[in-house]
Design a binder for this molecule. Structure first.
Ligand code: NAD
Length: 733
């Protein structure tokens, strides 16, 4: 069975229906593309056919390209992958251009057959690029549908004509949120943006499509860019108005990406160069830039981590074999910052929540957090009163532990204190049923130790959320020594219900994410202490793709939290504690009352309204700048190596068992340079040999914290990569 089927009705309207067998969403494969091409040929060649409708047999139109297709084009081309890809992409352009021209005479622009795209639901990526080549796009009024070109978010850009067509349709300025930010719209918004042409009631979709086909005139089939006298909306680069747009866009993209995302730059080049030449040449330029991006290792790494592996983890790649553990009723203990967020995201996902705190006032305040977000949403036109009432109706805020009867999962988020947590565990277990899984949201306390307070340590687990809970996509699931499979399955099923991305790690100090981010912060402060200009530290970090410089990150998370963690770590590690140089800085800052954003003063200065103004001038007095400053690359190596070496050590120690989780967790958890695909992908791009060289150099000059872990050294000696060695099964040895 092919992915597309073809039928002609009595009125001479051919319908090509996209319906990939065995999948809930259509994705484009090479065979699918060929079938579409053949069926369009059949419709154009058959004198009985007056026009063609391209639609879907599913609730949605299409979710995009099967990314393996691009990999195959590259691989099949042997020694010359660039040529293979370019030829493959040009072949796609040919088919889509055939749809667009629809058999018309290229001179008179007459005699073509109307081709309409009828979209019942979501149409993204190639799922929108095919419609953009049609003569009209009609969408069903389905508010859940998403329409757009999100390729940039996984490190590529629309390469099947989407870039060239959208820019010619909307102008560079109009197209920029959709191309540069990957913005998705519902059908009505897509209509008002000018991406699609018409929105109709779902039951009218095919009726209206047919009506349009039968009524279309020659002029309706001519795309503006194929018509005489076409001018790009907003102007081409060398018109006064266009000049301003392109100049601004270039600066804006660089300001946002710091030049580390090859796709954004290539996209802009394709748009800029394409705008100055005829349409078919523009497609060729788009294909060349697309090939360029596809051959950049960053794109491959981003697709792998942010698309393929993220999805695999969300679908339960590391879920143990256990029956369905979806949560029906959840108990959240502690209605503070974290508990309130956890209650909100859970209730939003349809789960009944009992939210407990020590006082009714605190419990109500926690529930009020959900109310606040939902009410703000209504003000912004993003929710309804009914929805707010429904979600809030699922949260019971109380101090009464007996309300926990019947819950099947507990998430504890009380103070970070072993004794308080142990007492809560006992109180909860006295009420809940014997099968209830108990999770703690601790950020620093060992799960195996906390589990000692439980009568069922095999049902005890860590579910570590990141703040703010409703914004952060990652959830770290931590197995204690005694944690059993059902608890892991429960945690994974719960994370899936609340639509976040899980990683599963073993119990160790700071688990995975905090273990890697703390050395980053510390390295930033060490550099400051050594007399490196703080602006150099911060900018070097951003220039290598970190979302925040280390000093800004300390300000955001607060210096007193840093001091608290430092004291606790020192107590736990004794003489092995390595960070006194950093502590001097942290304690001094806390002594000055500069606690970060929360005190409106930290490494940065803030105005009265809390707006960050710039690095605090007092830093220069306390940390005089050295006469000789390091170069940017050296600072970047220190800041990145501090994180990735910790990731490698976590893998060596069995804290991480899957490098995919290490990469996805790093990007979603603390924003590790997304262009790199994550710490392991970055080391693979660098090569283990080069990584060891950098480590040896940094160790000689700055100390043993940069010593290459034995695993990395061994891989360098054997010429191995992380994905080569651990990738196929994606399980650590
Ligand atoms: P918080 O101080 O905002 O909230 C803790 C809440 O627990 C308070 O409302 C308090 O009244 C309540 N509480 C204390 N003892 C209680 C008891 N015996 N019974 C019922 N309620 C009790 O703290 P938070 O920032 O929400 O952190 C909670 C937990 O989450 C901690 O373990 C923390 O380490 C962890 N965590 C925090 C973050 C973060 O960024 N803040 C991130 C991940 C994990």
């Amino acid at each position: 069975m092919t992915d597309f089927t073809y039928a002609v009705d009595a009125d001479g309207v051919a319908t090509i229906t996209w319906d990939v067998a065995g999948k809930s969403m259509n994705v484009m494969s090479l065979a699918g593309f060929q079938a579409l091409s053949d069926q369009v040929d059949a419709g154009l060649a058959d004198p009985a056919v007056k026009g063609i409708i391209i639609t879907s047999g599913k609730a949605d139109f299409a979710g995009g390209m099967d990314l393996n297709v691009l990999a195959k084009m590259k691989n099949d081309a042997g020694d010359n992958p660039a040529q293979g890809l370019f030829d493959g992409v040009m072949q796609m352009h040919k088919v889509l251009r055939k749809i667009e021209r629809a058999g018309m005479d290229p001179k008179t622009l007459k005699g073509g057959k109307p081709i309409v795209a009828a979209l019942p639901g979501t149409a993204v990526g190639i799922g929108l690029e095919v419609p953009l080549s049609c003569h009209r796009i009609i969408a069903a009024d389905n508010p859940k549908a998403k329409i757009g070109l999100p390729e940039i978010l996984v490190g590529i850009f629309p390469g099947a004509g989407g870039t060239t067509r959208l820019v010619r349709k909307l102008g560079a300025m109009g197209a920029s949120p959709f191309l540069l930010e990957g913005k998705l719209s519902d059908p009505k918004k897509a209509l008002s943006a000018g991406i699609i042409d018409e929105v109709v009631a779902p039951d009218q979709l095919l009726i209206r499509a047919k009506e349009w086909v039968l009524g279309a005139k020659d002029a309706d089939l001519v795309k503006p860019w194929d018509a005489k006298g076409y001018k790009m909306p907003g102007g081409t680069p060398y018109t006064p108005q266009g000049f301003m747009t392109f100049l601004g866009a270039s600066a804006m993209v660089h300001g946002k990406t710091y030049g580390v995302y090859p796709a954004a730059k290539a996209l802009l080049s394709a748009v800029y160069e394409g705008a100055q030449v005829p349409f078919d040449t523009a497609l060729k330029i788009e294909a060349r830039w697309f090939t360029n991006v596809m051959l950049n290792p960053s794109s491959g790494a981003m697709i792998r981590s942010l698309f393929l592996n993220k999805e695999a983890l969300e679908k339960g790649a590391n879920r143990p074999d256990a029956p369905d553990q979806r949560v029906k009723k959840l108990g959240v203990i502690g209605a503070g910052m974290m508990g309130a967020g956890i209650a909100y995201v859970s209730a939003l996902a349809g789960i009944e929540v009992v939210l407990i705190d020590a006082t009714q006032e605190a419990a109500d305040k926690g529930k009020g957090y959900a109310d606040g977000i939902l009410s703000k949403g209504i003000q912004r036109g993003k929710g309804t009163e009914a929805k707010r009432a429904e979600v809030l109706g699922r949260i019971t805020a109380t101090t009464d532990y007996t309300a926990l009867k019947g819950v099947d999962l507990i998430v504890e988020a009380v103070f970070e204190d072993m004794a308080v947590k142990a007492e809560v565990t006992k109180k909860v277990e006295a009420v809940v049923g014997p099968d209830c899984i108990y999770a703690t949201n601790t950020s620093t306390l060992p799960i195996s130790d906390l589990a000692k307070a439980s009568a069922h340590p095999e049902q005890f687990i860590g579910i570590h959320f990141f703040s703010p809970v409703d914004k952060m996509a990652l959830v770290e699931i931590i197995k204690g020594k005694a944690t059993g499979n059902r608890a892991v399955a429960k945690a994974l099923d719960y994370v899936r219900q609340i639509r976040k991305t899980p990683i599963v790690v073993n119990d160790a100090r700071f688990f995975y994410a905090n273990r890697c981010i703390i050395p980053y912060i510390n390295e930033g402060m060490r550099l400051l202490g050594e007399g490196v200009a703080p602006a150099l530290v911060e900018n070097a970090a951003k220039l290598v793709g970190m979302p925040l410089g280390p000093l800004q990150l300390v300000d955001e998370t607060s210096l007193d939290l840093g001091a608290k963690i430092a004291r606790a770590t020192k107590a736990a590690m004794g003489n092995a504690y390595p960070d006194s140089a950093v502590d001097d800085i942290v304690f001094w800052m806390v002594g000055q009352g500069r606690l970060g954003r929360k005190s409106n003063s930290g490494f940065y200065a803030y105005d009265a309204a809390g707006k960050r103004e710039g690095l605090w001038s007092g830093l220069a007095d306390r940390f005089p700048q050295a006469d000789t400053q390091p170069d940017v690359t050296e600072v970047q190596h220190r800041l990145l190596m501090a994180q990735v070496l910790e990731a490698v050590r976590a893998l060596e120690a069995g804290v991480l068992t899957d490098i995919r989780e290490g990469d996805v967790g790093a990007i979603l958890g603390w924003g590790f340079a997304p262009w790199s695909g994550g710490p392991f992908s970055w080391l693979d791009i660098l090569g283990a040999g080069r990584a060891v060289e950098i480590c040896d150099d940094l160790t000689a000059r700055f100390g043993d914290r940069f010593a290459a872990p034995p695993l990395l050294r061994e891989m360098a000696a054997k010429g191995q990569s992380f994905y080569g060695r651990f990738g196929t099964q994606a399980k650590a040895a």
